[in-house]
Write a protein that binds this ligand. Structure first.
Ligand code: GDP
Ligand code: MG
Length: 167
């Protein structure tokens, strides 16, 4: 089994951190400043005879200079074609205009989407997560919704299993 997995989400949600965690090595730039990932980077996770080829898409941000924005949007949109699975990363309880924009792009493709709610380690009051997950569940027919922590590694093994099941 082998397939392409696109990681999408607005800047700063933790896409690079997650791909580094999944691949177990630093192959992508991580920064606390948004917009540092300028290139689409491929990394391959081979596990149990399964090969997941990860595509780290550039941010889809409307505040960028127009020409760059257009190129990055094209890259991001084309990354959604011909992939087997999309990992849509959002940040704990946040739902911003840019998250909505990313979701709208995803909804144009028919690829299965797993929603990853990242940075759950930051939540002091975990009880607030459940109603938010329920709300997110109503926004799109996600294949799965998984709370994760890319920095702590919480649920990353579970994520690997979900990815493998789509390859
Ligand atoms: P990207 O723009 O989506 O690629 O986001 P990055 O991977 O560059 O992460 C942006 C910031 O969020 C960095 O400071 C990361 O250390 C931080 N970050 C990423 N994942 C987590 C997480 O699971 N928990 C916490 N607390 N911080 C995270
Ligand atoms: Mg990044």
């Amino acid at each position: 089994h082998s397939g392409f997995v696109a990681i999408v989400g607005r800047p700063n949600v933790g896409k690079s951190t997650l791909i580094n965690r999944l691949l177990g090595q630093k192959i992508s730039i991580t920064s606390n400043k948004p917009q540092t990932t300028r290139h689409r980077i491929l990394g391959v996770d081979t596990d149990d005879g399964c090969q997941a080829i990860y595509v780290d898409t550039p941010g889809m941000h409307k505040q960028e200079p127009r020409a760059i924005n257009r190129v990055m949007n094209q890259t991001a949109s084309s990354a959604l074609k011909d992939v087997d699975l999309v990992l849509f990363v959002v940040e704990n309880l946040k739902w911003l205009e840019d998250d909505k924009m990313v979701l709208e792009k995803i909804q144009r493709s028919k690829v299965p989407v797993v929603l990853l709610v990242n940075k759950v380690d930051q939540l002091k009051d975990k009880e607030r997560l459940l109603p938010h997950l329920q709300w997110l569940n109503e926004q799109h027919k996600f294949d799965a919704i998984l709370p994760i922590s890319a920095t702590h590694g919480d649920n990353v093994d579970e994520l690997r299993k979900i990815v493998r099941s789509h390859l």
